[in-house]
Design a protein around this ligand. Sequence first.
Ligand code: HEC
Length: 163
Amino acid sequence: MPFHRVLPGTPSRPFRRTALRSAVSLALSLAAAMAAPSLSLAASGAAKGPVVPQDGPVRSGYALSKLHCARCHIIHPDDRFTGHASTPSFMIMIDALEDWPERFDTFMGRNPHPAHLRLDGSDARPDNLPATIVEVILTQQEIEDILAYVDYLAKEQGRPRPD
Ligand code: HEC
């Protein structure tokens, strides 16, 4: 059985060492590639991210908005590189729409959101109405946190939700 002698023998050891060495250098160059842009972002101040409260529902709502809404909407004045030009930013909506609180309170049911957002625990989408993009399922708590963030943003903009 020549195979048995060949496989664990000398040829495999140098191979493994080279593979390890190239894995290490790949990891190092990846780390360098990842560090470079974040360093330049830090220099410009962008890596810090917006100043929002560090904990509580506002922080969580900000993180959730970034995760689930920023694909289409700009959700904070310091996050200008997200969103679509064709989708109104959270700030524009708060500024321009007299009834922004009502619209945010009911965003789950307003177009285009029913095409991809769904309340946790609600009925699954019917087979003939598939999600148009990867479906996002939000809990009631997550929706409340997003609304807490939007209220915070509105207050910062001098357009607080009326009592
Ligand atoms: C796939 C893209 C997309 C995502 C993701 C998205 N939106 Fe929207 N949203 C839109 C578009 C487009 C409009 C404008 C619709 C219009 O002009 O009728 C809109 C409108 C709105 C409006 C105003 C609705 C109205 O009828 O006036 C609110 C409030 C809103 N979005 C909140 C959110 C929140 C909160 C999230 C995250 C949980 C979110 N959106 C995620 C695309 C998106």
